[in-house]
Design a protein around this ligand. Structure first.
Ligand code: GRF
Length: 224
């Protein structure tokens, strides 16, 4: 993993576990031309592996154990204090498994993004890959979006479509989607941090237009 650098928008990464998306953001932030830097990593679980990844990269890593707080609002207020102490300008949720209260979400409106392992608005919530396979879906994927108060909702910034194979298990599909997550989250954060995208009327708009991607056909078929 690359070491942190210190220029660009100050971001906080909020995690609850493994931290593989955090690792992809750390690597991106180490690039010279990247428009963001990680000011602090916060986990609601003190044992989260991602905290070790953050510390190994020389980042400030803070555990705020949600079980120590009686009310969601006081937990959120503690997170907010840590973010203010670190002059955070943008929040990236990366596997953060706590719902944030409305007040917090509104305070960070259009300054907080999330990654979710499905093509939203399809398959919000948990056990996504199991549900995708049960439904016989041929294409799944992942989504980076601005955060709104209801779970896994908000203006969509970017998505990657990923094929689902007939012999996939939830684990094999999760792995394929996760690789796509590691690719798209740094790219989406770049666009948010450098002003390439912004929210207008609850949709994401591109300051200078956007490029059309090739369609993904799944499975590949013989033509004609
Ligand atoms: C990812 O699949 C992310 O999309 C979801 O939670 C998982 C976190 O994985 N929100 P990691 O902790 O980044 O490895």
């Amino acid at each position: 993993m690359n070491v942190k650098r210190s220029s660009g928008k100050k971001i906080a990464v909020l995690i609850s576990g493994r931290g593989s998306n955090l690792a992809s953001l750390i690597d991106a932030c180490a690039r010279d031309d990247y428009p963001a830097q990680i000011a602090v990593v916060v986990s609601n679980r003190p044992a989260a592996k991602g905290l070790d990844i953050a510390r190994a990269a020389g980042l400030s890593a803070v555990a705020i154990d949600h079980t120590a707080f009686a009310a969601r609002e006081t937990f959120d207020a503690e997170i907010d204090k840590v973010l203010r102490d670190h002059d955070v300008e943008l929040i990236c949720l990366a596997g953060f498994m706590r719902l944030l209260a409305n007040d917090f979400v509104e305070r960070w409106r259009n300054r907080m993004i999330n990654i979710h392992p499905s093509l939203l608005p399809a398959y919000p919530g948990v056990n996504i890959h199991e549900r995708v396979i049960d439904d016989g879906v041929r294409i799944s994927g992942c989504t980076v979006h601005y955060v709104r108060a209801s779970m896994d909702s908000g203006p969509i910034i970017a998505q990657v479509a990923v094929p689902v194979l007939s012999n996939d298990t939830a684990d094999s599909l999760a792995q394929r989607v996760l690789s796509a997550e590691h690719q798209i989250y740094p790219q989406a954060l770049r666009m948010v941090a450098d002003g390439t995208v912004r929210v207008s009327g609850e949709r994401v708009v591109f300051a200078a237009g956007e490029q059309e991607a090739a369609p993904l056909v799944s499975p590949l078929m013989v033509t004609g």
